[in-house]
Write a protein that binds this ligand. Structure first.
Ligand code: ARG
Length: 270
């Protein structure tokens, strides 16, 4: 009987150790409540999409991320790492995801995976009100400020040529706008919503925004993942749920005081 008992307790101990190991070694995205917390990286210098306010990252993208977190059951830790570093993190797979007003394009698709589109954007030109610049073609010969490695930079270089020294590249869009205000540049090219919001919020700075549909194509933002991420289908499904249940529209209205064209976004999925 004594022997039986000790064998029994040995087996029990073994079972306990094994189960402890099992739960310790699988923090990954598995079943039910055990989903891991995702590291989500962004560049929180891009109002109204992601920016710092009272020490917190806020913005349209942040609300979308939180809604997706709720929908998928994944907890998220959003970290402001900066624009260039966020690409490095996803490439090295030290982060799970990025939401940062990132335009989906074929060049980036070679290295990263993207969600279905969740926002429509286009590049536009920010100038001083008395500027002679009226269209993208007028940017030739002018000094233009952009955020480094953005589609704004690419769009400008398409017009004035790559490695043109007249294109001044900055770490953030705010530094690029500062250059315009200081007279070091004649224009800034960036996502329309960002520069429109800036011009509106700073009426004393006498700025205006110029559109040029022929020069600047429509762009769509996506969540960006390391290549091969298993999160992609899960979050794509959740994005479509936010479209269907009114959550997306609510968040969009909160930030942009207008209704989104969800059909246009969904048409991109075909
Ligand atoms: N949409 C542009 C791009 O993808 C600019 C995005 C910049 N985003 C940011 N959070 N700074 O290149």
């Amino acid at each position: 009987m004594k022997k039986m008992l000790s064998v029994f307790s040995l087996v029990l101990a073994l079972v306990l150790v094994l189960s402890a190991c099992a739960s310790g070694s699988s923090p990954a995205a598995s079943s039910g409540t055990q989903k891991k917390t995702l590291r989500v990286v962004d560049d929180a210098t891009y109002a109204p999409f992601e920016y710092m306010s009272n020490g917190k990252i806020v913005g349209f993208d942040v609300d979308i991320l939180n809604a997706l977190s709720k929908e998928t059951g994944y907890k998220v830790q959003l970290v402001n790492v900066g624009w260039d570093p966020l690409f490095v993190e996803l490439k090295n797979k030290t982060a799970d995801m990025s939401i940062s007003a990132i335009t989906i394009n074929s060049q980036r698709k070679q290295t990263y995976d993207f969600s279905v589109p969740y926002f429509l954007s286009t590049n536009k030109i920010l100038v001083k009100k008395n500027s002679s610049i009226k269209s993208a073609a007028d940017l030739k010969g002018k000094v233009i400020a952009v955020q480094t490695a953005t589609t704004g930079q690419a769009a400008v270089e398409k017009i004035v040529g790559q490695n043109n020294p007249n294109v001044k590249k900055f770490k953030t869009i705010n530094l690029a706008i500062m250059e315009l205000l200081n007279g070091g540049a004649s224009a800034v090219v960036a996502d329309n919503t960002v520069i429109e919001e800036y011009a509106k919020n700073n009426p004393g700075q006498n700025l205006k925004v110029i559109a040029d549909k022929k020069a600047f194509a429509p762009e769509f933002y996506g969540l960006m993942y390391p290549k091969g991420s298993k999160l992609r289908p899960v979050f794509d499904k959740a994005v479509n749920t936010l479209y269907a249940n009114g959550t997306y529209e609510k968040i969009y209205k909160k930030w942009f005081k207008a209704s989104p064209d969800i059909n246009e976004l969904k048409a991109q999925q075909k």
